[in-house]
Design a protein around this ligand. Sequence first.
Ligand code: F0G
Length: 458
Amino acid sequence: MKLPYIEPYKIKMIENITTSTKINRKKWIKEADFNLFNLRSDQVIIDLLTDSGTGAMSDNQWAEIMKGDESYAGSKSFLKLRQTIRDLLGFQSFLPTHQGRAAENILFSAILKEGNIVPGNSHFDTTKGHIEMRKAEAIDCTIDEAFNTESDYPFKGNLDLKKLETIYKKYPKEKIPITIITITCNSSGGQPVSMKNIEEVSALSKKYGIRVFFDAARFAENAYFIKEREKGYKEKTIKEIVREMFSFVDGCTMSSKKDAIVNMGGFVAFRDRSLYEKVANFDIIYEGFVTYGGMAGRDMGALAQGLDEATEYEYLQSRIKQIEYLGKTLQKFNVPIQTPIGGHAVFIDAKRFFPHIPQSEFPAQLLAIELYKEAGVRGVEIGTLLADRNPITRENRYPKLELMRLAIPRRVYNNDQMKYVAVAIKNVYDRRNEIKKGLKIIWEAEIMRHFTVKLDMI
Ligand code: F0G
């Protein structure tokens, strides 16, 4: 019999979970204005709000914390991280930042102007926020398959080359300072981009003289899917695949809180030294000197170690199989989810879950609230609340996908806990027709409203 996969690690330390009752949770979610970001962590039993900064570091990462060199300039921890980025990604220069959006901030401060266009595959919300804040436009060129949650197309993160070329033809290249490929594509369901697509986007962009960067937050998970799903990569190691992926682009922004399995950190990496120099000024102004940029030395050491661990096959296999386990259990219960199952999360299709609740009543947020009340599980809405308003017309934007995301922290929960989550969702699904009304907004911020929005039940 073929031996099953296992987690290639064992548990050395645990953190207790505070349990609660349905009565308490109903009270708490009302006090939180039906916004799950307002809950205290001890009001949550299983926290699947995000996989960002919530991973469990290894003993070797903690050892790096002890070895951290806190010199203001030229620390050993910085040099170690630089060497890891050079070896793993092939970029000679990089700038540390305190997290991913800070990497976006310093890069866009240097290259993006009012009226510019930034094509990409469903830009993440902070990326879009940074673009729109500068009165530039993010244009989504994701393939149409991504918006059909029932299709099992293996690379739903891919960019549509026709859509991309239309933009390249429409605008002069001076108006398009960058194209961003987000790997994996978070907003379309943690879906990967194929090596072929990366290569083609790169070639097309070269032809039009436009630079391409990765938003590399989940680059290792993307590489795993290439190994598993794309012809010609079965025998390659994850590190070889990563190296090839990055060989097609000019640089990347990285939120290290995801695939580098640290609690804080980020960076921008560059092939071109002259661009590095332009961006470095903004790192110094906003983040810190170029050899720490908002990170402690110890955190850079842990990040270097994390990059190495996260690009090992056994780790990635156990991680992605856990997401698959949750997804498949939900499918057995007939719960509608985005397929194929993503790399960091399971996305429930709220339009199919609550077909009787219109998008104007935030069905994905409603599902997140019902799940919390049912079992203390915290997911997050990736739908109309997150899509926000059109910055000019101030009309609500209704995205094609109305999803509730269950993001799984790395190396934190076990499969029994995943089963608990699946049963909780089944219970909500079984009583879905008793839930007749959605939510309305009481108060919202000007930009990125979903973090602080106040809601009430209709
Ligand atoms: N890019 C992607 C694809 C992301 O998913 C995120 C964060 C960022 C950039 C920004 O990075 O948080 O370090 O500033 N995503 C988190 C999430 C918040 O829950 O998906 P950050």
